[in-house]
Design a binder for this molecule. Structure first.
Ligand SMILES: NC(=O)c1ccc[n+]([C@@H]2O[C@H](COP(=O)([O-])OP(=O)(O)OC[C@H]3O[C@@H](n4cnc5c(N)ncnc54)[C@H](OP(=O)(O)O)[C@@H]3O)[C@@H](O)[C@H]2O)c1
Length: 349
């Protein structure tokens, strides 16, 4: 792994968002590093991954989202290696509250687990503070208040600078907020996965909680690169993602093709930019864009500086609703609790 790097100040237009009640200012397109961890994505290449992180910083993307579960520490280690010498250029968002045994992950958001994990993450990330620390999944075996109290302690200690939760309901966020400040919510959000619009986004807006939408490209489906016979490596989660299975896959691909036509005619852009612009214009703070090759984030340069109006959004919804007659959500990604008898090697984060 490279030990140091020099990052040029970007000459690219980038949109930023302030995270309320913190000093943090983050790019509205962030680099997601789940695939960089390798696990569930067919492996990883460290040099390529580090080059991807540097390419993102070069083009003005300062927010990097990772997690211990992404490759069981590998993603965090790679992020840490990439940021040697440029730590202050980046805002690191990592997570806590999942444990792993024998290649399987389980929820564990207990105080003891969080206290152990934070030091493991700091070591892997080669830093003495985490900018945004997020509870990865709510744990049905641990009271939300216990989890929140542990996060509040870390915040007071200065080990973490902002507190986030991920995959939480409104009721869980309400309980959490009774005990600890809550700065960020991370949830799935893209053109095909819109559940958070009804309750979660309005709640966050009303309570000044910044929102990070994950899977902005719907695991690559909205990149425009997918074909019916696109191959995936051994443990790539798209082997089990229900959107990528026939007959549904054809419906989603049809929607993507029509969205791409629309993006080209109306905006002289492609579906990949339309998908991310749409997410941002819906009022979410940040779109998490997963990448593991340095050229993959280049397309993000064409996301800034334009927007969809009401008629465009109606047209986009019309395309999706007509093409996808049998929609399905991202529930397949939810990891089991420790009490579960499920043995999901394929459970994802
Ligand atoms: N909190 C949670 O529970 C949770 C859950 C899921 C994700 N996340 C976060 O959200 C981030 C983003 O989600 P995601 O990584 O699942 O999926 P995503 O952003 O929807 O899609 C990422 C994939 O899209 C493809 N892609 C990216 N740029 C491309 C380009 N320019 N051209 C063609 N294909 C391109 C790549 O696949 P290929 O490399 O295979 O081409 C990439 O791995 C994650 O990395 C993670 O940080 C959080």
């Amino acid at each position: 792994m490279s030990q140091s790097t020099q990052i040029q100040i970007p000459a690219v237009e980038t949109e930023f968002a302030a995270i309320p009640n913190t000093q943090l200012k983050v790019s509205r397109v962030a680099l997601g590093t789940w695939a960089i961890g390798g696990w569930m994505w067919g492996g990883t290449d460290q040099r390529e991954s580090i080059a991807t992180i540097h390419a993102a910083l070069h083009q003005g993307i300062n927010l990097i989202d990772t997690a211990p579960a992404y490759g069981f520490g590998v993603s965090e280690q790679i992020v840490g290696a990439a940021l040697v010498g440029v730590r202050t250029e980046a805002v690191i968002a990592t997570k806590t509250g999942l444990e792993w045994r024998d290649g399987k992950i389980y929820r564990n958001a207990s105080r003891a687990r969080i206290m152990q994990e934070v030091d493991d993450s700091l070591r892997r990330l080669r830093t003495d503070y985490i900018d945004i620390y997020q509870v990865h999944w709510p744990d049905p075996l641990v009271p939300v208040e216990e989890t929140a109290e542990a996060m509040r302690t870390l915040h007071k200690q200065g080990k973490i600078r902002a507190i986030g939760v991920s995959n939480f309901s409104v009721a869980q966020m309400e309980r959490f907020s009774q005990v600890a400040p809550l700065h960020v919510l991370q949830s799935p959000y893209n053109l095909f996965e819109r559940d958070i619009e009804t309750r979660i986004l309005p709640y966050c807006r009303a309570n000044k909680i910044a929102t990070f939408g994950y899977g902005a490209l719907c695991r690559g489906l909205l990149s425009g690169r997918m074909l019916p016979d696109t191959p995936f490596e051994a443990d790539d989660l798209r082997h089990i993602d229900p959107k990528f299975q026939p007959p549904r896959f054809a419906q989603y691909l049809d929607a993507v093709r029509q969205l791409d036509d629309f993006a080209q005619r109306r905006f002289q852009r492609r579906v990949i930019q339309l998908a991310v612009r749409w997410v941002l214009d819906q009022g979410i703070g940040v779109a998490l864009w997963g990448g593991r090759h340095p050229d993959q984030l280049q397309a993000a340069r064409d996301v800034a500086g334009w927007s969809l109006d009401a008629a465009d959004r109606k047209r986009v919804a019309g395309i999706v609703n007509a093409a996808v007659t049998d929609p399905i959500g991202p529930e397949f990604m939810a990891p089991p609790s420790r009490s579960s008898s499920a043995t999901l090697t394929e459970t994802t984060t």
